[in-house]
Design a protein around this ligand. Structure first.
Ligand code: TPP
Ligand code: MG
Length: 581
């Protein structure tokens, strides 16, 4: 690998600053509004460039300090997820890269575009501005720093000289923004970003266009339409179709027009209003078994094969920007037809084809079936909620219901899987975000801060478990909330355990030793700190809630502190078991 540190022709006049300064100005020009950073000695040229920009007034991304890399990347994830803009993150060389991989994996699996960057130990031992001057500069260097994160990102590179800056950044951003979107990784050696910047100014806007999405194949659409037209029990399963907000409106129309019920399995984005007559909730199980045609739209795991499987004759159509999920090593869901394209385009093409091939009687029969299913679903939920309401310690279903009652109709809820969305009502896109399918814990609290950064006027709630909260680096999260004026309400469903670990053990060994043990290891989390005091210690409001009847008022107090005092708040809600992950 060639590393060119000596540039042949240096600018004649006084240079405008270092490469870091040109880099920051370029990011701002390309629409990168924020740089989330966790610094080290590699940041010196960048910090100098920021100070220079403060003097000269040159536009640069706003620096957002985060005291852990997991926090920096998860905040960027939350920001990108809500705004659909591309944030940048910079961490400290090899060690910072190691710390950010879990959060990067979450973003990658959810197709959130982020420009991830890290410094590199100075390459030279002496002789250049930025050469090694600390003992860490030897040990922190790696043969292949990017190798750690290469499997996670779409592209990686190292900036090797000033001349290439615009090409490298524009390529990084274009690849990150091309669907399916995702993080890219760029390393920035200290001498390279300390070197004088090149002139002239780069062309604005970028000359590197983002690639367009493939259009759905017309003959595949015709085949899919035939399969769906013939079906008595069609079913749509989606997980992230709503990542494109235009898909939300398209699906509302399409499902209603042709009476196609829709299930959101483990949603990360909302794809249909809760009250929509075609919304059949979140559990595909029974419906998958009954269906004679299934349209899978942007769903990596449309059902759990060991729990439910479609019947032999059922036709299964997978659609999406990458309908085979080619980055997943194994995924063997039956697939009669796979169509590449955006949900909006596919649904629009299917609509046109179905207009000519479906008669009103067939649609009316489907509608009757679906409304019965919805009634049954509502009755089941009511029974479960009635039972949950009286429970002490609190039941997650009751907590979810109370959260629904307390929040505004336009609140943003970030769910690191402990909220039961079936007890909440979300009527518009982008009001609910679930944690990544990679499930790297410690995401939700930070993602909520990123969401608040993207939508400062919105009421933002993060719903997380005690385990997820501990994974989130709570001191770092609360510090970031205070430092960056990002007040949100954290609701911690605290069952003092890794409930998911217990559930998985019981599912595998229902009659085993662990099931009979009072205290299986690696499940219980005794002696947890008082979470509400951690929030208080950062200047926030904290409350412990043990009584199911006290939760609604506690939620109101928390939300009012967030709105009226612009302070973060945390409710430590003492829950019993009952999760679903
Ligand atoms: C980084 C990481 N480490 C470990 C896990 C495994 N894991 C999945 S769920 C879970 C427990 C989460 O506990 P909590 O947030 O309290 O929710 P609960 O299961 O109790 O409802 C763990 C440890 C993970 N997903 N991510
Ligand atoms: Mg727990």
């Amino acid at each position: 690998m060639e590393t060119r540190l000596e540039r042949k022709s240096r600018p004649k006049q006084k240079p405008p600053g270092n490469v870091a300064a040109a880099y920051l100005a370029l990011l701002a020009d390309r629409g990168v509004d924020y740089l989330f950073g966790n610094a080290g000695t590699d940041f010196a040229p960048l910090i100098e460039a920021y100070a220079q920009a403060a003097r000269t007034g040159v536009a640069v991304p706003r620096p957002i300090l985060a005291t852990h890399e997991n926090l920096a990347v998860a905040m960027a994830h939350g920001y990108g997820m809500v705004s659909r803009r591309i944030p940048a993150v910079m961490v400290h060389v090899s060690v910072g890269t190691a710390n950010m991989i879990c959060a990067a994996l979450n973003a990658a699996r959810e197709n959130v575009a982020i420009l991830l960057t890290a410094g590199r130990s100075p390459l030279t031992e002496t002789g250049l501005p930025g050469s090694r001057d600390g003992y860490i500069h030897w040990a922190q260097e790696m043969y292949d720093q990017a190798g750690m994160i290469r499997e996670v990102v779409k592209w990686d590179y190292e900036l090797r000289n000033a001349e290439q800056l615009t090409t490298v950044i524009d390529r990084a951003l274009a690849i990150a923004a091309t669907e399916p979107r995702g993080p890219v990784y760029l390393s920035l050696p200290r001498e390279v970003i300390a070197a004088p910047a090149c002139e002239p100014e780069p062309a604005s806007p970028s000359q590197s266009a983002v690639a367009t999405i493939a259009a759905p194949d017309a003959s595949a659409i015709a085949t899919a339409a035939r399969m769906l037209a013939r079906a008595t029990y069609p079913l749509i399963v989606t997980t992230t179709a709503g990542r494109d907000p235009t898909a939300f409106a398209a699906l509302a129309q399409f499902t209603e027009r042709f009476a196609m019920p829709l299930v959101e399995h483990r949603p990360r984005y909302l794809s249909l209003p809760s009250s929509h007559p075609m919304n059949l909730g979140f559990d595909p199980g029974g419906l998958v078994r009954k269906a004679d045609a299934i349209l899978v739209l942007e769903s990596d795991v449309p059902w759990i094969p060991s729990r439910a499987a479609p019947s032999r004759g059922c036709k299964v159509i997978h659609c999406g920007l990458d309908p085979l999920f080619t980055r997943y090593p194994i995924r063997g869901f039956p697939c009669d037809l796979a169509i590449t394209g955006s949900t909006a385009a596919i649904v629009s093409a299917l609509s046109a084809a179905l207009e000519d091939s479906m008669d009103d009687d067939a649609i009316a029969r489907r509608r009757r079936f679906i409304s019965k299913e919805r009634e049954a679903l509502a009755a089941t939920r009511k029974t479960a909620l009635d039972a949950a309401a009286r429970k002490m310690p609190l039941h997650p279903a009751w907590v979810s219901h109370c959260i629904d009652r307390a929040k505004h109709a336009r609140s943003i809820v970030i769910n690191e899987y402990t909220l039961f969305p079936e007890y909440c009502s979300f009527e518009a896109p982008d009001l609910y975000f679930g944690s990544s399918s990679a499930s790297g814990l410690g995401w939700g609290a930070a993602a909520a801060l990123g969401a608040k950064l993207a939508r400062p006027e919105a009421q933002v709630l993060a719903v997380i478990g005690d385990g997820a909260y501990m994974f989130s680096n709570p001191a770092a999260v609360h510090h970031a909330s205070a430092l960056h004026d990002l007040p949100v309400l954290f609701v911690v469903m605290n069952n003092a355990m890794w409930g998911a670990v217990e559930r998985s053990t019981l599912a595998m060994y229902p009659d085993g030793f662990a099931a009979k043990s009072n205290d299986p290891c690696f499940v219980g989390l005794e002696k947890l700190p008082a979470f509400e005091k951690i929030c208080e210690a950062a200047g926030g409001y904290g409350e412990r809630v043990e009584d199911p009847g006290a939760l609604p008022a506690a939620l109101q107090r928390g939300l009012s502190v967030v709105a009226n005092e612009r302070r973060q708040a945390l409710l430590n809600v003492i829950c019993g078991p009952g999760g679903t992950a």
